[in-house]
Ligand binder design. Structure first.
Ligand SMILES: Cc1cc2nc3c(=O)[nH]c(=O)nc-3n(C[C@H](O)[C@H](O)[C@H](O)COP(=O)(O)O)c2cc1C
Length: 300
């Protein structure tokens, strides 16, 4: 039988595809729907110290080939997600906690709380582009270094980072050095491409309300940037599993990420648009190719 399983920081995944933090994973009901789907793990919404209602609506918009959003981290506050882990674990799948404290001390407190939970992996979100007045931490290398230093010190679970896309080789190298220094267990590339602007020419207006219409771009528009980020980090950090995310709609997309060097793949916009069963992502005839792939991506 074809093997499409994956392993991230010692955590076994039955298949290499699971949901990305954010889309349809805020409430316990939504998380249980993911638990019952083909997703091989259950990633929970990025959580903050206190519950947040998020940004003003409309804050999400479907595009022909993806999405733009400026949700502003609407979530129930970390205590709820800590409690959810024991319920979710009953479904027999790994649970991934996504942590997105608004400041360093928040991240330390939240990660410490997940130490005593049933979460299998922690994904520290250093890349949210949608909080007004809060820059994406992972574009500030000094701050990233400090956050990881403090958070890794208290964390007793395998902890990885969710990164924004980088566009410059020097930035890949700087971040890779930081991840290596702090012995990060995995890296997820990429979060949405921050501060895109979508304009509706009929209505002569922007399509989402927060930040004057600026929001994070996801879906097919970002796949090639995501593949590049996966490939570069895999090259720089061959020992660290890279989870690919960005523009995954089909089993073929998944295969492309595996070719680029991903150990597993997450699906975001497609979950928002098709729900957690997203049949196309799990198209077995495409995923089967993964089981036959054992090498490196070839040059032309
Ligand atoms: C509605 C929505 C909410 C999101 N919320 C989060 C979040 O809370 N934490 C996070 O790390 N990424 C969040 N993201 C980013 C996705 O996890 C993913 O990185 C990005 O959308 C690219 O993947 P895609 O092309 O499959 O959508 C969100 C994306 C969308 C569309």
């Amino acid at each position: 039988m074809t093997d499409i399983s994956a392993k991230i920081a010692g955590v076994e995944l039955e298949n290499c595809v699971f949901n990305a933090a954010g889309p349809k994973d805020v409430t316990l009901e939504e998380l249980e729907a993911i638990a019952k789907s083909a997703s091989s793990a259950i990633t929970m919404k990025s959580c903050t110290l206190d519950p947040r209602t998020g940004n003003a609506e409309p804050r999400y918009y479907d595009l022909p080939e993806g999405s733009i959003n400026s949700m502003g981290l609407p979530n129930l506050g970390y205590r709820e997600y800590v409690n959810f882990t024991s319920v979710l674990k009953q479904h027999g799948k790994p649970v991934v906690a996504s942590v997105s404290g608004l400041k360093l001390e928040d991240n330390v407190e939240i990660v410490s709380a997940f130490n005593d939970s049933e979460a299998d992996l922690i994904e520290l979100n250093l890349s949210c582009p949608n909080i007004a007045g809060k820059p994406q931490v992972c574009y500030d290398f000094e701050q990233s270094d400090e956050v990881l230093k403090q958070v890794v010190r208290v964390c007793k679970k395998p902890i990885g980072v969710k990164l924004s896309p980088y566009f410059d080789f020097v930035h890949f190298e700087q971040m890779a050095e930081i991840l290596q220094k702090h012995r990060i267990a995995f890296a997820t590339c990429i979060n949405s491409i921050g501060n895109a602007l979508v304009i509706d020419p009929e209505k002569e207006s922007v399509v989402i309300k927060p930040k004057g219409g600026f929001g994070g771009l996801g879906g097919k528009y970002v796949k090639y940037t995501a593949l590049a980020n996966v490939n570069k980090f895999h090259e720089l950090l061959p020992e660290i599993p890279i989870i690919g995310c960005g523009g995954v709609y089909t089993g073929t997309d998944v295969f492309e990420f595996i070719l680029a060097g991903a150990s597993a793949v997450q699906a975001g916009s497609v979950f928002m648009q098709q729900g957690p069963d997203s049949e196309s992502v799990y198209a077995k005839e495409r995923l089967r190719k993964i089981g036959r792939f054992h090498g490196e991506i070839k040059d032309v």
